[in-house]
Design a protein around this ligand. Structure first.
Ligand code: ATP
Ligand code: MG
Ligand code: MG
Ligand code: MG
Length: 469
């Protein structure tokens, strides 16, 4: 059976043989982009190369990129533990052409690698194209011999990629694997596409336009390619599994969690083990790249991830902090590919121990308040915003932790009530502040603080309050 480590190596090797430079993963904290919370795809480190601002000594590259999708524009946190295919931390394998080859070769490479090198059965693969991209549809027909019903045309932005409001953009084509009719879910573009039957494994982006002010799109003289394939989703297929969490790396972490808690890995606490395994990876990789838990910006997203996992650990009855005990298993699985984990092992372990120890007593009291409050609710009633706010303010429960805890009971939180309570508290804090004695100065100070929020992460213009709490 191909291990995840083998699959990563085979992918990079294939593209190296085909003239691509193997480039290291960039850190999870983007170097030159304060508007991006975490590196969330392979192209992030190449943004300036695609726009032409930066030159590299190669025009083709391949990477295995560490990605985190939590707390930013792409936020998959709420899915973790509940779908077969989402993680907060995952590895994206990719190949890139900077004005070198384009659509035909990108499709040829993807198809050859999937069906020859990895020998996937052709009849289980299907693709989507942007509805206007006849060229891509024709190439899939020609290169892969796919029948029309397995080339699905999508008209939404899912199949049209943009770097930002302006800049490079273009249609994309996603490759899906059909895990079979025994799993619920419809093909892409259908009403029940969110199921886990048809799983998107690889996205090919054809950067062929440059967008200026609205309505001014020009064709790039030398179009580029950006692709991303999820290693965990691909490993599931190659290892004969349906679920990412049954693949070698994640399964090892789940078993470590099961052993440490004495709880059946596949029993009632299955979701908790999955959350713990996933969040352990994102927490550790973030710490190894220099993020530490704090109350704002990136550090707060890390703390939210940790606390979400720690509630699951606590509810599994773990007597001592669980997360630090799983670090050796992670380092064993991934330390060779990512030596920063080995280097940061002591830091990761101690930080997890400290965070979990501190949060425990708050958790215990907060959860009993939560139980008391939900006990008062009738069927289908939501938890009041001020209760969720008290849990946040007094017991350190991030909103998503409370939402996750309620999910098991099929309940939700009154989010706008929560936001109102938060805003009210800000107003109170403002009123209570003794201030500098100069009203104008105070106003400037508060306006700035509210506008900037976190000091290290400047935030998306459109991010909701949740991003900064
Ligand atoms: P999905 O529609 O399943 O959420 P996506 O379209 O958001 O995926 P892309 O941005 O196209 O994903 O990323 C490229 C590839 O990375 C995907 O095809 C998938 O294989 C993988 N991927 C994306 N998000 C995740 C995640 N949260 N966990 C694991 N793999 C992921
Ligand atoms: Mg997504
Ligand atoms: Mg998608
Ligand atoms: Mg995609």
């Amino acid at each position: 059976m191909a291990s995840s480590n083998d699959i990563r190596a085979t992918f990079l090797d294939y593209f190296a043989r085909n003239g691509h430079s193997v480039v290291e993963s960039s850190p999870l904290v983007p170097r030159n982009d304060p508007t991006l919370m975490f590196t969330n795809s392979g192209m992030v480190q190449f943004k300036n190369v695609f726009t032409g601002q930066e030159r590299r000594p190669y025009s083709r590259a391949t990477t295995a990129q560490k990605c985190v999708r939590a707390g930013g524009k792409h936020n998959d946190l709420d899915n973790v533990g509940y779908t077969a295919r989402h993680h907060t931390f995952f590895e994206m394998l990719g190949n890139f052409s900077f004005g070198d080859y384009f659509k035909e070769q990108a499709i040829t490479h993807a198809w050859t690698l999937l069906t020859k090198d990895f020998a996937l059965p052709k009849d289980k693969l299907l693709v989507t194209v942007y509805h206007e991209d006849e060229e891509a549809a024709a190439l899939w027909r020609k290169i892969a011999g796919l029948p029309d019903e397995r080339i699905i045309r999508i008209a939404t932005s899912d199949n049209f990629w943009r770097m930002g409001d302006t800049g490079p953009c273009g249609p994309c084509s996603e490759i899906f694997f059909d895990h079979g009719p025994h799993i619920a879910g419809g093909p892409p573009g259908s009403p029940d596409e969110d199921g886990d039957r048809f799983i998107e494994i690889w996205n090919l982006v054809f950067m062929q336009y440059e967008e200026g002010p609205p309505g001014t799109r020009t064709a790039l003289p030398r179009p580029s390619i950006d692709t991303g394939m999820g290693l965990e989703r691909f490993a599931a297929i190659l290892q004969g599994k349906h679920d990412n969490y049954d693949t070698d790396t994640l399964r090892a972490l789940i078993l470590a969690s099961a052993e440490a808690t004495g709880r059946d890995p596949d029993g009632a606490e299955r979701t908790s083990h999955r959350v713990v395994a996933d969040h352990l990876r994102s927490s550790c990789f973030l710490m190894a790249d220099g993020v530490l838990p704090s109350n704002e910006g990136r550090g707060y997203v890390l703390r939210r991830i940790m606390r979400r996992a720690m509630r699951h650990a606590y509810q599994m009855g773990a007597a001592d902090p669980l997360m630090p005990r799983l670090v050796p298993s992670l380092v064993r699985q991934m330390g060779q590919a990512y030596p920063e984990l080995v280097q940061a092992q002591a830091l990761m372990t101690e930080t997890l121990r400290l965070e979990e120890t501190r949060f425990r007593s708050l958790l215990e009291r907060g959860l009993s308040l939560l139980a008391e409050e939900t006990g008062k609710l009738g069927e289908g009633q939501t938890l009041a915003g001020d209760v969720a706010f008290k849990l946040y303010d007094t017991y350190g429960f991030p909103l998503d932790l409370t939402q996750d805890a309620l999910r098991e009971q099929g309940r939700t939180v009154d989010v706008s009530g929560f936001e109102d309570a938060m805003a009210e508290q800000r107003t109170r804090a403002r009123a209570a502040w003794a201030g500098s004695g100069d009203a104008a100065t105070d106003r400037v100070w508060f306006d700035l603080k509210e506008k900037l929020g976190a000091t290290e992460f400047l935030g998306y213009a459109t991010e909701s309050a949740e991003g900064e709490i």
